[in-house]
Structure formats: structure tokens, C-alpha cells
Ligand binder design. Sequence first.
Ligand code: ZN
Length: 127
Amino acid sequence: MAPTVLARGLSDRGIPRYAARMHCPRCGATTELAANGWCRSCEGAYDTWSRQHAADILWQTGSGASVAMIIGLGGLVLGASPVIAIAGVLAGASTFIGLRFWGLRRRRRQYLATSVPRAYLPPSPRS
Ligand SMILES: [Zn+2]
């Protein structure tokens, strides 16, 4: 039975919240868990799978740079205060960071929903 996680970040046994998840969310393995809670083999498989989406960073950085240029450079061209330009650069960086983390979480959810855990794969012909 999984320990109940309380609101303070501690489980009912007093262990920190990050240790409350003791099994891999993809295959249910309980050994060799990485820091994010996935087992090493699923993490490696996700790492290999995620490389086909490596170009995600292009539109994420492009979006952040666009926001920075529109607010920062556009504001200066229209005669706004340099403070607005600084705020535009910070808004662009925040846009990039937000899109990056959102995209990484989305890809991990997509991988969980569409991939088959190794326990359900047919045995390889060599074994
Ligand atoms: Zn796993």
C-alpha cells in the first residue's frame, strides 16, 4: 500500500515527499530509481525516444526571443523607457524557460501514454 502523502510534504511515516513515490511510474520497478522517480532503464529509453523531439528547443527559444525583441526592441523604437526594454528581455527569458519546462513535462506525459513498458514487450528472440 502506498503511503499517504500529507500536505506538509511529508508522508504519514515522516519521510520526505520525494521519497514517497517508491516505484517507477512507467514499469513499476522499485529498484535503481533515478532522482526523478523513474527507473534507470525507463529513463534511458525515454532519453533515446526524446531525441526525436530535440528540435522542440528551436520554437521554444524562438518564442522567447520573439517576445524579448517585440517588447524590448519594439518598445525602444517606439520611444518607451529603457526599463520597458529590460522588462521585455526578462519577459522573453521567462517565456523561454516556461515553454521549455512545459514542453519537457508534455513530452514525458506523451512518452508515458504512448510507449509500451518493457514488461509488456514480447521476449526477444535471443533470450
Ligand atoms: Zn521503469
